[in-house]
Design a protein around this ligand. Structure first.
Ligand code: AMP
Length: 279
């Protein structure tokens, strides 16, 4: 695996590859890699061409300074995992490479409704930061395909909107969520859970399974049950919602169309999110 830290170097390497007709697949990450990230790399590899991953803990998407301060970092182990997975290129830039003129005057995108609900409502400015960094990384890597995880459902929708707004030719590929044995969605933040918290963390998944299984019943009742279960296990639930899977319009009840159930809850200071499609 070739590692680049400088924009100018990765850009010239990739433009040579593209000139030779190579297809570029890109997996942006914030590092502290786990099997969920590696699944995206494997999916990209299966599609053929060149696989490029990036590790960059983007400061502009953290609305919570403590979360940023404690975000896990394990670059050496990450490099080993990516090498083993057969990733071809890793982009590992400093903040000054990604934002050479600072972030203040960088244009941001407006994602409208998507910024006002769920993660957008609970993490003000988060999606502005996500849009900013992904737009910048896409501009550097210029991939043909962009691999992202369903685990961050709303983020996928925001980035789809970014691609639409910028008339991008990059095609987005969404991979299903990789889970631990108890159903907990793999996440870099899981490393911060203590033993007791880790033991109960799978309850979010159980709640999602029950929301899916109870399709057709009164969602208000199901939601209250999930809220009570989460609270009893020591969670502080932020939202338990049903939404249209294509537009993310929130629904008060089950519908006949494709829906997605989404949960965000805190265990101590660690905030976990997950979702499940209802088809
Ligand atoms: P992050 O490093 O958390 O910014 O995640 C980088 C990419 O990996 C995003 O597209 C995430 O949605 C995806 N991802 C994170 N966790 C998982 C998971 N458990 N399964 C599949 N994809 C994931």
């Amino acid at each position: 695996m070739v590692i680049f830290k400088k924009v100018i170097d990765i850009q010239s390497f990739i433009s040579d590859l593209k000139a030779r007709g190579e297809v570029i697949s890109f997996i942006p990450t914030m590092g502290a890699l786990h099997k969920g990230h590696i699944f995206l790399v494997e999916n990209a590899r299966k599609a053929g061409g060149i696989t490029v991953a990036s590790i960059f803990v983007n400061p502009t998407q953290f609305n919570d300074k403590e979360d940023f301060k404690h975000y896990p970092i394990s670059v050496e182990a990450d490099i080993d995992m990516l090498t083993e997975a057969g990733c071809d290129i890793l982009f590992l830039p400093d903040v000054s490479e990604v934002y050479p003129n600072g972030t203040e005057n960088m244009p941001t995108h407006n994602f409208g409704y998507l910024e006002t609900i769920l993660e957008g409502a609970h993490r003000p400015g988060h999606f502005k930061g996500v849009g900013q960094v992904v737009a910048r990384l896409l501009d550097i890597v210029k991939p043909d395909r962009l691999y992202m995880g369903q685990k961050d459902y709303q983020q996928c929708m925001v980035i789809k909107d970014l691609l639409r707004q910028t008339n991008s030719t990059t095609q987005m590929v969404v991979s299903p969520t990789v889970r631990e044995d108890d159903g907990l969605a793999m996440s870099s933040r899981n490393r911060r859970l203590n033993e007791l918290q880790r033991e109960v963390a799978g309850v979010i998944y159980q709640c999602l399974v029950s929301i899916v299984a109870k399709k057709g019943s009164d969602f208000a009742v199901v939601k209250k049950e999930c809220e009570d279960i989460l609270k009893a296990k020591g969670f502080d639930p932020e939202y338990i919602e049903l939404a249209d899977a294509d537009t993310l319009q929130l629904n008060n009840s089950y519908t006949n169309g494709r829906q997605v159930a989404l949960i965000a809850a805190k265990l101590g200071s660690i905030r976990l999110i997950d979702n499940m499609l209802i088809e």
